[in-house]
Design a protein around this ligand. Structure first.
Ligand code: NAP
Ligand code: MG
Length: 491
């Protein structure tokens, strides 16, 4: 299938890399089948890029940075490109949402929500591009000192499969706003909207070579890109293990990285909480996107006097949850692929073998195709905080409940995993809200609410093994640039 020059339905949607503004196949012609998780059927293909393709993309980004017009494009103009990209995402929103849902199995309303968030990223960073500036610094007599925020140069973005449109947008928005150029390697199971967005970016006026895409396997194209000597900075979202490998590769070249490595995020429900308000939020925080969300609220810590009431309320809701094809738009879709479904199933089976009680299971819709990668939601309680299911990221629709005795116990449990991404706190006690928010080790804390994803203007990132560096908000623009200090001796 190596000779497609453009994709058509008749050709089976053969997608291409986008390098230096051109749609081109991998040099080898090797391709990867794209499977729809809802039925397990192949509906498209992408290039399986190798070293030559990655070299070519990095060289294109290098040339665009060093010699192309991008380096001389004023910040306001870079921002306008992103604003036009926002408008093009809106114009093509229906197509993008449908493509994302079909590629990842997520319900179509989640695909639409992802498009809305994606627009918001390009809108936010389009508006922010010319509003980040340096300082003047009081220094010695006879001197003037100032700082500039300068782009890193060529940024490599390794994008995961759970929210491809959104995670791409937070990388592209911040990187291009600050004047970097980009090579993106999307996940092999969810590359299609990344290619479409790169095409739309060209249409929005981003010059050729500024935003390149090479698809392929993580262990091949991903590893080649993250180890490439021509890359100046790497931003990665995904698993801890792959993040560690990418940091080791970055260490060889002494270059900076932003790492967003998932979590085991707790929600703490105190006895004075508004339980009716909390219950739907607790369920949604783990069911959204089938639990395949880095900030999924996968642990609920419940103060002992209300444990039974909250557990019963959650069990009733879990029993009503149904998984089905993306276009049936049920509570959740299929999981990404068979490997992911089997991984979740194995972790649930291990918890059951360990004697942890299943409080409720959701169902798989009877009309769901047999070839799809479905998993019925599972609610466990009370869970031993040391159990694997309490400590490891499941990345599926699996919620674990834990009783706690008092505030100190809650904080100890909340901080009792290797991760620290997001925390929810449910209480009406204002002083407690502040105390707990300060003592939990996590990058975001929500009081009487929870935001799994969303909140484009809110800085986001991890403590502990959840990673380092910050994305979203204005903070991402600092990650995507470096400070240059200039000192004038004028006597
Ligand atoms: P992963 O390996 O971390 O994949 C994330 C991205 O890294 C994908 O683009 C992947 O490409 C790429 N990649 C894989 N190996 C690489 C390497 N050696 N060098 C450079 N890039 C590489 O995650 P996964 O295996 O798909 O999922 C496993 C678990 O990771 C999940 O169950 C979940 O717990 C966690 N995860 C977390 C997030 C998050 O948002 N924090 C996202 C995804 C997964 P390919 O997909 O083409 O291999
Ligand atoms: Mg797919």
């Amino acid at each position: 299938m190596g000779t497609h020059l453009s994709r058509t339905v008749a050709e089976g949607l053969a997608f291409m890399n986008l390098i230096d503004g051109k749609a081109i196949d991998a040099l080898s012609g090797a391709r990867i089948d794209v499977v729809c998780p809802s039925d397990g059927v192949v509906f498209a293909s992408i290039p399986a890029s190798g070293q030559a393709d990655v070299d070519r993309a990095v060289q294109a980004a290098r040339n665009a940075f060093d010699e192309g017009p991008w380096g001389r494009t004023p910040a306001v103009e870079r921002g306008r490109c992103l604003t036009r990209l926002c408008q093009l995402v809106e114009k093509h929103g229906t197509e993008l949402a449908a493509l994302e849902s079909r590629d990842t199995g997520k319900p179509v309303r989640q695909g639409r929500a992802d498009v809305v968030a994606t627009m918001r990223y390009y809108e936010f960073y389009g508006g922010a591009a010319d509003k980040i500036h340096g300082d003047t610094i009081p220094f010695l007599d006879g001197y003037t000192a100032l700082t500039l925020r300068e782009p890193h140069g060529v940024v490599a973005g390794i994008i995961p499969w759970n929210y491809p449109l959104q995670i791409l947008a937070r990388v592209v928005g911040a990187a291009l706003a600050m004047g970097n150029t980009l090579v993106v390697k999307p996940a092999e199971d969810a590359s299609l909207t990344t290619i479409r967005i790169a095409e739309l970016a060209l249409e929005a006026g981003v010059p050729p070579g500024v935003f390149n895409v090479t698809t392929g396997y993580g262990r091949e194209a991903g590893a080649m890109l993250s180890a490439h000597p021509g890359v100046d900075y790497v931003t990665f979202t995904g698993s801890v293990g792959t993040g560690t490998a990418i940091q080791q590769a970055a260490a060889v070249h002494n270059r900076g990285v932003t790492m967003e490595l998932g979590g085991k995020s707790p929600q703490i429900v105190f006895a004075d909480a508004d339980i009716e308000a909390a219950l739907p939020v607790l369920v949604n925080a783990i069911i959204q996107n089938g639990g395949q969300t880095c900030s999924a609220g996968s642990r609920v810590l419940i103060e002992r006097p209300i444990y039974e009431e909250v557990a019963t309320g959650l069990a009733e809701r879990f029993a009503r949850l149904a998984a089905g094809p993306h276009d049936a738009d049920l509570d959740l879709g299929a999981l990404l692929n068979a490997r992911q479904r089997d991984r979740v199933a194995a972790m649930v089976a291990e918890a059951e073998r360990a004697g942890i009680r299943v409080l409720a299971r959701g169902s798989i819709d009877k009309a769901a195709p047999a070839g799809g990668f479905y998993f019925a939601p599972a609610l466990f309680g009370a869970v031993d905080p040391g159990a694997a299911i309490a400590q490891q990221e499941v990345f599926g629709p699996v919620l674990t409940l834990f009783p706690f005795e008092d505030e100190q116990d809650a904080i100890r449990l909340a901080n009792g995993t290797d991760y620290g991404l997001v925390c929810g706190v449910w209480t009406k006690d204002g002083a407690r809200q502040h105390r707990v928010a300060k003592r939990v080790r996590s990058g975001q804390v929500f009081i009487n609410g929870y935001g799994a994803g969303g909140g484009i203007e809110l800085p986001f990132g991890g403590f502990k093994r959840s990673g380092h560096g910050r994305e979203k908000g204005l903070e991402a623009l600092y990650d995507m640039s470096a400070t240059k200090t200039i000192v004038f001796n004028h006597g």
